[in-house]
Design a binder for this molecule. Structure first.
Ligand code: VG1
Ligand code: CO
Length: 540
């Protein structure tokens, strides 16, 4: 039986950089989740009778939320749901399933790298038929629906059994529970030279992969250990847990400090790697050398033709604005276009769909390609393994040779978390107001050449996205970016991105000092005093 439930709008259901993220307690309020999901359905004309893919990163509330979504989907006449067993699907695996099954779209339950558990965060995002995050015009439409919703419909009946693979029904709707790893593993086999990677492991090559008790555990065990023959124990923290074992599933040197210690310790493995809550991010650590995500993107681009899937070359590359410009130098040498987009994977979808870009990446540990429409953590690790196998060089040598050839973009991101939201907004407004006067001014022996608030005109659909962060580019080619995060759930998070280039003949030169950029910002707008902080919460 389908019942209609009366409700009232919430005014805070505006999706951010990657879907709607709130504390679990907010999502668990009566009608909160229901309103948002019904608003997604209302913003999707033609959904009736169609297929949706559903899965999440296994965090606390995932299981209950999926049962609610199933009943709402049945109430809104969805034809069929494809759901990962036990409600699990990594974000890239969900993207692939949408594409492979020509589904109408998918709902991914994740707050990605945000902490989980009853006091942690939960999140929901909608991905469209191309497998990618809903573009801005769709998230705007969902938000508009959430402001005027008065009722939703749901199936009143028993829960679906998420733990049994096979067919079930929920009212008139078909529900198919599938293995979360099978299709993804098959896709990876099509892209990479599995024989070469297996050969590498046969020589005794040691990989250390930290799944951080998040969704990639089962994917990593299947691919690295079962299929490619890495030694048992290669994957640690492999069991997905609702609270990620109390950890913070954000693969950066701060939250993955055990991995970093191992890679810098005695008898370190050949390659260290980790992923995040929902499996779309990657951390790559060579023996004794952390590889910054922006550098990793540049290495993948420079070596792409060694990989079977990209052997014919890249159509183009794309990076988010705050990502370092290391990949730009590779694109220039390859004679291909490098697109610069706002933060968040939703801006890459059009470029990938139109065949303008093949590889995309962000400084926040996200890289991906046209194989799906999300960033992909396990894929990035396989890419590195394939390059190592094909070049016959270790990761340290590959990185150093890259810097010798292209030069090095020294880079750091400083995050200031849980800043008072009013102060953060005021700071950004004050900085924006100063922009017109900054070009031509000198600071600590460097001169600002360009000062703007980044905006992006999508070359495919011509849509305009504004106010994406303040950029200051200096005559030394250094760059300073300041923006407000769109994924935090408490107060505001401000991010500073610092970058400075060293040419090929001195890739390790003293110019690595980035601190002057942060003090320049203090001189320009009293940054630290204005937000009441003396230092960042996280440096990555
Ligand atoms: C952050 C990152 C951004 C990334 C986004 C989602 O956004 O900076 O690069 O795309 O998280 O990643 P923000 O607005 O907080 O800076 V994930 O792994 O949460 O899907
Ligand atoms: Co993620």
């Amino acid at each position: 039986m389908i019942e209609t439930i009366q409700t009232q709008p919430f005014d805070d259901q505006k999706p951010g950089t990657s879907g709607l993220r709130k504390r679990v307690g907010v999502f668990a309020q009566p009608h909160y989740l229901e309103n948002f999901v019904a608003s997604i359905f209302a913003a999707l004309p033609g959904l009736a009778g169609q297929t949706l893919v559903i899965g999440g990163d296994g965090r606390y509330f995932n299981d209950r939320a999926i049962q609610t979504i199933i009943k709402l989907a049945a109430g809104h006449e969805v034809g069929r749901l494809l759901i990962g067993c036990n409600g699990l699907l990594s974000t890239p695996a969900a993207s692939h399933l949408i594409r492979k099954n020509q589904a109408f779209g998918g709902i991914i339950l994740s707050a990605s790298h945000n902490p989980g558990g009853p006091e942690g965060d939960f999140g929901i995002k909608y991905n469209a038929a191309n497998g990618g995050p809903a573009p801005e015009r769709l998230t705007d439409a969902i938000f508009a629906e959430s402001r005027r919703i008065t009722a939703y419909r749901r199936y009143a009946g028993p829960d679906v059994d998420l733990s049994t693979i096979g067919e079930q029904r929920c009212g008139a709707m078909r529900v198919t529970i599938i293995d979360p790893v099978d299709d993804y593993a098959e896709l990876m086999r099509e892209l990479f030279d599995f024989d070469a990677i297996a050969g590498l492991f046969r020589t005794g090559f040691r990989l250390h992969f930290d799944a951080m008790h998040a969704v990639t555990g089962p994917y990593a065990v299947r691919l690295f250990e079962d299929i490619l023959g890495a030694a048992p124990g290669t994957v640690v923290n492999q069991r997905p847990l609702p609270d990620f074992g109390g950890g913070h599933p954000d693969p950066n040197p701060v939250h993955a400090h055990e991995l970093v210690a191992r890679m810098n310790g005695p008898d370190a493995p050949d390659l260290g790697a980790a992923s995040d809550g929902d499996g779309d991010r990657n951390l790559i650590h060579a023996r004794g050398l952390f590889i910054a995500p922006s550098d990793s993107l540049a290495v993948l681009a420079a070596n792409a033709t060694l990989i079977p899937a990209y052997a014919d070359g890249l159509a183009g590359v794309a990076r988010s604005m705050p990502t370092s410009r290391a990949v730009d130098r590779v694109a220039e040498e390859l004679g291909i276009t490098c697109y610069e987009t706002p933060t968040g994977w939703k801006f890459f979808g059009n470029l990938l769909d139109a065949g303008r870009a093949t590889l995309c990446g962000e400084e926040s540990a996200g890289t991906g390609s046209n194989h799906v429409r999300e960033k992909d953590g396990i894929w990035a690790v396989l890419f590195w393994l394939n390059i190592i196998a094909a070049r016959g060089e270790d990761a340290v040598t590959i990185m150093q040779r890259h810097w010798q050839r292209f030069g090095r973009n020294h880079y750091a991101r400083h995050d200031y978390e849980e800043v008072d939201a009013g102060k953060a907004r005021e700071l950004m407004a004050g900085l924006r107001a100063k922009l017109p006067d900054l070009p031509g001014t000198s600071w600590q022996e460097d001169t600002i050449e360009l000062a703007d608030d980044f905006s992006y005109r999508d070359p495919v659909d011509n849509s305009l996205t504004e106010h994406q962060g303040v950029r200051l580019v200096f005559s030394s080619d250094a760059r300073l970016v300041v923006r407000l995060s769109g994924t935090g759930t408490v107060g505001a998070t401000l991010r500073l991105y610092l970058e400075r280039f060293s040419p090929p003949d001195s890739p390790d030169g003293s110019s690595a000092d980035l601190g002057y950029l942060s003090s320049t910002l203090d001189e320009i707008c009293d940054f630290h005093a204005a937000i009441g902080r003396t230092s960042p919460s996280v440096i990555s």
